[in-house]
Design a protein around this ligand. Structure first.
Ligand code: NAP
Length: 489
């Protein structure tokens, strides 16, 4: 079959990934009248990051009522910041409710996609061949665990696992537990675990700023009111959106008054909540708050000040069967070692091989750093779109809101093909290059460029994020400028 047969009333669409964005895409495609779609999901359940990450204390630090599909409010969120299992259950419920689950091929990944004769030829991990008019990669951002190459790690005699593959068969009570890393994940683990184990060691390479939050449970009366009175819930969302507007305006301008407010709040939190002056200095970062992805926590400082909790700031010389040997020569004996060293943030759809027009390999296109026009489309990769792709607003506001705007935008591109106005559509190379150059200039003004090491930075040290305001993002997503796209056929 070739493009000559397009437009098809029912083009075939492959979605890769059944996490938050993949479920959303399926729902929106169905709503727009597309019926021939399938989701390939590498795992046996929906939920993406919320399925994979089950570590103690997992929660979303975006307020729950914002981390919710706009068309499926959830009056029953238990607290301001919902715990991971509740969020996972929400996605499972929505996938069932909208009939998405039946379109998913579970335990089947897509290692290879190739654009040939006007269509995407896919090969799956089960050896299946599929042919699609469109591919939508909803593969998430942080899903390939990064396990630090620490000398001797494999020799550890106790239980050892990455935070994203938590081994729940390992008992923790009464154990000596060590956690390597001080990112959002390790901070949440610390709050949840320090008081439950015999001894808790947190291995810190770099101190983190902690933004204080209040995580308040919703009462049954409040939940009932949210259910009975949607206007009340809508008003809450408007209010919380306002905070986010403030936050997202702050981070894009390192010299803004809003950024100063955030830095002051983090500093006051450190000064007022950490009582021992030595520990306080150990926990004091030497870079600006917000430069790394800001950590929001109500209780980390309390947790690390418990008598059985220890912040280890000496470097890690190596791992031995009995525990972690520090650069000062001390052996911190451990029964359980958790590797909370983050994710490979530049993978996106990879390791899938993606070959665009004339065999152009995505790996080569992204050899310097991943990039995409508006995070969505790559020149010479026609009819291939990404959700939460490179350089989007990953840390600025709710990823669900971002994905909803991106799906709406992609649907408008699909409509160009379904409406018969073209057969192939992808971002224009010059427009993309100019966009990326403007982005790289704008991002220099952001807090992420102020001198720290973080997963936001690409290998050239350029923050891989949306450097403009929240409203600029939604304006850009409202309607594609079709002149920015190559339309063939
Ligand atoms: P991360 O932010 O990348 O943190 C990794 C940590 O491991 C850092 O403290 C890093 O230290 C440390 N590390 C890495 N290699 C090391 C080594 N060889 N030796 C010692 N320490 C090492 O990863 P994450 O905590 O998993 O969080 C990743 C992102 O996931 C977050 O930024 C956030 O966007 C998302 N997340 C979100 C939530 C939420 O509530 N929404 C919760 C968890 C995670 P350095 O700082 O020195 O590099």
């Amino acid at each position: 079959m070739t493009t000559a047969q397009l437009p098809r009333a029912q083009p075939r669409i492959v979605i890769i990934g059944a996490g938050m964005a993949g479920i959303l895409t399926a729902i929106k495609l169905r709503e727009a009248g597309y019926e021939d779609y399938v989701i390939y999901e590498k795992s046996d359940r929906v939920g993406g990051t919320w399925r994979d990450n089950t570590y103690p204390g997992i929660a979303c630090d975006v307020p729950a009522h914002l981390y919710t599909y706009s068309f499926e409010p959830n009056p029953s969120w238990s607290q301001t910041f919902a715990p991971g299992p509740e969020i996972h259950a929400y996605f499972e419920r929505i996938a069932q409710k909208y009939g998405v689950t039946q379109s998913i091929r579970f335990n089947e990944s897509v290692p290879h996609c190739e654009f040939k004769a006007g269509r995407w030829q896919l090969r799956t991990s089960l050896g299946r061949a599929d042919v699609a008019d469109f591919v939508i990669a909803a593969t998430g951002v942080l899903h390939h665990p990064h396990t630090a190459a620490i000398h001797g790690l494999e020799t550890f005699a106790g239980a050892c696992f990455h935070s994203a593959t938590w081994d729940h068969s390992v008992p923790l009570a009464g154990q000596r537990v060590g956690v390597i890393g001080t990112g959002s994940t390790a901070i949440q683990i610390t709050s949840a675990l320090a008081h439950r184990v015999a001894r808790y060691d947190l291995f810190q390479r770099t101190a983190q700023w902690i933004m204080p939050i209040e995580n308040v449970p919703y009462s049954e009366a409040e939940k009932a009111e949210f259910a009975d009175n949607p206007a009340k819930l809508a008003a809450l969302k408007v209010e919380v959106n306002g905070y986010f507007q403030h936050f997202s305006n702050a981070v894009i301008d390192a010299e803004s008054a809003e950024m100063k407010e955030i830095e002051d709040a983090c500093l006051a939190n450190l000064e007022s909540q950490v009582h021992d002056p030595v520990l306080r200095e150990q926990l004091r970062p030497d870079y600006r708050a917000g430069c790394k992805r800001l950590i929001f926590s109500a209780d980390f400082y309390a947790a690390i000040q418990q008598p059985n909790a220890h912040l280890i700031t000496a470097g890690i010389a190596g791992i031995e069967p009995g525990g972690v040997r520090t650069s000062e020569g001390e052996l911190r004996e451990l029964d359980v070692l958790v590797i909370a060293t983050g994710f490979r943030a530049d993978s996106f759809i990879r390791p899938t091989t993606v070959l665009g027009r004339d065999g152009k390999n995505l790996d080569d296109v992204w050899a310097e750093a991943p990039a995409a026009y508006l995070s969505i489309s790559i020149p010479e990769f026609p009819n291939f779109f990404m959700l939460n792709g490179p350089n989007g607003p990953v840390g600025n506001f709710s990823l669900i809101q971002i994905a909803e705007a991106q799906v709406a935008y992609i649907l408008q591109l699909l409509e160009e093909v379904r409406g018969g106005r073209c057969r192939e559509i992808s971002a224009n190379a010059q427009v993309s290059a100019a966009f990326e150059q403007t982005r790289q200039t704008a991002v220099r003004k952001s807090i992420w460029s102020t001198g720290c090491k973080s997963w936001y930075l690409d290998k050239n040290g350029v923050p891989a994020s949306w450097p403009w305001s929240r409203s600029a993002f939604f304006e850009a997503m409202a309607q594609p400028n079709l002149d920015s796209f190559d339309r063939v056929g």
